[in-house]
Design a binder for this molecule. Structure first.
Ligand code: 76R
Length: 243
C-alpha cells in the first residue's frame, strides 16, 4: 500500500535572496551609508546572539550570478518568528536598497524511512541545527514526480525505503565535506522540499548533485528548481561588499 511516511518537523525556515541596488546605495551620503550598515550589522548581531544561544539559527551569504547579491537563511522555532525577522529586515534603512529576488518558506524535516529514534542527538541536531559557518552555501528547491509510470507518491512504501537507503548511502560518502539540510515545503511553498548544502569546497556541491543524478530517487523522480550558490559573508566581507 502506498502510504505517507512519518515526518518530524523542526525549526521553520525562510530562504531569501536580495539584489542590492548599488546605484542607489552610492547616491546616499557617507553618513547615511554608515548608519544603515551599522543598523544592518546590529540586526545580524542579534541573529548571531540567538544562534550562539541555540534558540534559532541563520546564515548570510553573498549570492553568485545574477539571482541576487544576498542569500539569507533564517531558522526560527515558529512561522511567526520567521515573519518577525523578515519584517524587521524590511524596516531597516538598508532595505531601501534591497529588492527581494526569491523566497522559499519551509520547515526542517526528517523523514522516518530509516525508523530513526526521534530522541537521538543526531536527529535533534538535524531538527534544530546550528548552521555551520562554512565558506560556501548551495540552495535549491525540488519535488518528486507524479507522472504515469514514475509517481513517487504512488510507489510502494518498501520500494521507497529501498531507494532512500541507496540515496542515504551516497549522501553519507560526503559526510566529511558537506553538511546537508532538508526542509519540507508541502503546503507551504511552490516545491515539495528545499535542499541546503554547506561546504568549505564549492566543487563538492557539483560532485554530490552529479553523483545523485545517477541514483534512482533523483534519476527517476527528482524535479529541480533554481539553484543558488554563494560565499560566506562575515563582518569583514560584508563591510567590503558595501564599501
Ligand atoms: O539512510 C539514510 O540515513 C537516509 C537519510 C536521508 C533521508 C531520509 C537522507 C540522507 N536524505 C533523506 C531525505 Mn537526502 N538529499 C537530497 C538531495 O540533488 C539531488 O539529487 C537531491 C537533493 C541531496 C543533495 C541530499 C543529500 N533527501 C531526503 C529527501 C526527502 C525524501 C522524501 O521524504 O521522499 C529529499 C528530497 C532529499 C534530497 N541526503 C542524505 C543527502 C545527504 C548528504 C545525506 C546523508 C546525510 C546524513 O545522513 O547525515
Amino acid at each position: 500500500q502506498p502510504k505517507a511516511v512519518l515526518t518530524y518537523e523542526g525549526w521553520f525556515s525562510l530562504h531569501a535572496t536580495y539584489r542590492i541596488n548599488f546605484q542607489m546605495w552610492q547616491s546616499w551620503t557617507v553618513t547615511e551609508r554608515k548608519a544603515a550598515l551599522l543598523e544592518f550589522k546590529r540586526f545580524i548581531a542579534d541573529l548571531e546572539k540567538e544562534h550562539e544561544a541555540h534558540k534559532s539559527s541563520y546564515a548570510l551569504y553573498n549570492a553568485s550570478g545574477e539571482k541576487g547579491d544576498l542569500l539569507l537563511w533564517i531558522l526560527q522555532p515558529t512561522l511567526e518568528e520567521v515573519n518577525a525577522v523578515k519584517t524587521r529586515l524590511h524596516k531597516l534603512k538598508i532595505a531601501a536598497v534591497l529588492e527581494a529576488t526569491s523566497s522559499f518558506v519551509s520547515v526542517i524535516e526528517v523523514s522516518n524511512y530509516m525508523q530513526f529514534d526521534i530522541n537521538h542527538p543526531r536527529v535533534q541536531e538535524r531538527l534544530y541545527p546550528k548552521i555551520p559557518r562554512l565558506r560556501y552555501m548551495c540552495f535549491y528547491p525540488m519535488s518528486k514526480k507524479r507522472e504515469q509510470g514514475d509517481n513517487w507518491f504512488m510507489t510502494d512504501r518498501a520500494e521507497r525505503g529501498r531507494m532512500m537507503r541507496s540515496h542515504g548511502q551516497i549522501g553519507r560518502k560526503y559526510e566529511d565535506v558537506i553538511k546537508e539540510f532538508t526542509t519540507g515545503a508541502c503546503g507551504l511553498d511552490d516545491w515539495e522540499w528545499g535542499i541546503t548544502l554547506m561546504s568549505d569546497d564549492v566543487v563538492q556541491f557539483k560532485k554530490i548533485v552529479y553523483e545523485m543524478r545517477f541514483d534512482e530517487v533523483s534519476a527517476r523522480f527528482g524535479l529541480f528548481g533554481s539553484f543558488t550558490v554563494g560565499t560566506l559573508l562575515d563582518d569583514q566581507s560584508l563591510t567590503a561588499l558595501f564599501a
